[in-house]
Structure formats: structure tokens, C-alpha cells
Design a protein around this ligand. Sequence first.
Ligand SMILES: Nc1ncnc2c1ncn2[C@@H]1O[C@H](COP(=O)(O)OP(=O)(O)OP(=O)(O)O)[C@@H](O)[C@H]1O
Length: 287
Amino acid sequence: MSTTPTPAPTPGTMLDVDGVVVEYAAKSRRGQPFRALHGVSLDIRPGETVGLVGESGSGKTTLGRAVLGLAPVAEGEIRYAGRVISRLSARERRALSAEIQVVFQDPYTSLNPAMTVGDILTEPLLVSGTSRAAAEERVRGLLGQVRLPADAAHRLPREFSGGQRQRVAIARALCRDPRLIVCDEPVSALDLSTQARVLELFVEIQERTGVAYLFITHDLSVVRCVSHRVAVMCGGRIVETGEATAVTSAPRDPYTRRLMLAAPVPDPARQRERREQRRNLKSVGAE
Ligand SMILES: Nc1ncnc2c1ncn2[C@@H]1O[C@H](COP(=O)(O)OP(=O)(O)OP(=O)(O)O)[C@@H](O)[C@H]1O
């Protein structure tokens, strides 16, 4: 994939995750709560893409959910534009939803199957007080931005491919001009060529609007092509952060190195090289 992230983001922190602990309630009454995040810290600047990578179960989605106010923050805090947002009431959270949005992994379940694309996109605008005429005008603009035809507004989600549905989900996230979008594995349900086109769309949108992304993925080739910086998670902790090219080409942490070496590579010569590197890592005790 050849997509490259936009030029340097604006300096200054927009989102500040500071020592965040998330615990999920125990399933049984006598069981201990499960600590999914152990004091995680991370910042995102305006217009920046921070890629969040790590193995399954490392806590990536939990961190995204904490930013969205969907996972309980037991310790630490999350600040957005200088304001603590980790302990907001439901009403305050709704008010913030214009600025912080989400695109989920599965475009087959994240869109209401009974609503037309036009209704899916106008609903958040009407709820926030936009007039119907202005909302419909905005929807025409959004469909153009995500490269869907204007008549898409009259159709149901089931009439679209996975990639097109993900474009609808992106348009919905953009409705109210957010400053930050949490993208939770937004291309993993798509085939490779569709992935590349949807990733290009994310980058184009960022160039045009200056939106920032927290881009959650287990796929290192994806993270390399869209991120300015990368944070690597392991066991509920961030074990390495840095510029995307530095982390992906010369990782410092042994876990990040293992993650890079475990990533699939199509070229047989590179596969042999990787096997050799893995053997070397084992022999120096990093595995
Ligand atoms: N609602 C929940 N209740 C209890 N435990 C949970 C809950 N959600 C997640 N967990 C646990 O928290 C840990 C982190 O899960 P999380 O989904 O954040 O990881 P992840 O890195 O996003 O994984 P994946 O890449 O598979 O989505 C896992 O051990 C998971 O089982």
C-alpha cells in the first residue's frame, strides 16, 4: 500500500490520555475486576494520525472506547482541548460527540439496515438543530467527499459493497465536522484493493479538513501507510511510541520487533529473511 500520511500536524496537544487505568467488572460476584489498561499515556496533536498497534487482546479497542467515553476510567484522566472528558455526564458526552467521532470495523453491522443512507446521514444533523434543507445539502456534499453517487442517499445499506458501506460510515462520522475520529480497525473487514482505496480516502479527508485520527489496527502495513506516529500496545500498556517510519523500520522494544517479524510478507525472499531474523531474536533471548 502506497498511501502516505499528510504533512506535519499542527503543534500542540489536542487529546491527552494521562495514566489511564480501565477495569472491567468481574463476571462472577467473588471474582476480581479485570484490568485491561494499566496506566496508559498518549497524546494526539491536531491533524495528526496516531496508529495504535498490538496483538489481539492488548487493549487497543479499550483505549479507543475510553476516549469515546464507552469504557470506565478507574484512574488517570483523558483531556480534550485542555478539558477533562473522562468523567462526563451522558449529556455532556453527547455535546462532545460533534467533535469526537468513531468509525467501527464492521460496515455490515454499524449502519442501521432499515434506514436509507440519506436518513443515516441527515439524522445527526437534524438532531443537532440543522434545518432539513441544510442537512440535505450537507449530505450531498458528504456523499461527494467519500466518492459515492448522489443517488446513494435513496438506497439502503444492503445495496452497497463493504467498501461503499465503510464510505457511508465515514461520511456519517464527518457529518458534524469532528476534530478527532477514533478509527477501530476500519479496513480489516475489506479486501486488499478496497482497503487501499479507503485508506487513501482517510488521508485525503485529513488533508482537506485537518481532522486527527486515533487509528487502531493490528495490521502493520496499514499503520505504516496512514500514521504520523505509532504507539505499540502489549498487555494493556504502551511499550513503544515514536515516528511511524522509525518504529516500523527500527523498533526499539523486543515486543515491537516480534510484532514486525510476525507481520505477513508476500515476497518469499523477505519471508526467508524474516525467518532468519526471528531465529536470531530467539537466540539472543528476546522471545
Ligand atoms: N467488556 C469487557 N468485559 C471484560 N473484559 C473485556 C471487555 N472488553 C475487553 N475485555 C478484555 O480486555 C482485554 C483487552 O481487550 P481489547 O478488545 O481492548 O483488545 P484489542 O487489542 O482491541 O484486541 P482485538 O485486536 O482482538 O480487538 C482483553 O483481555 C479482553 O478480553
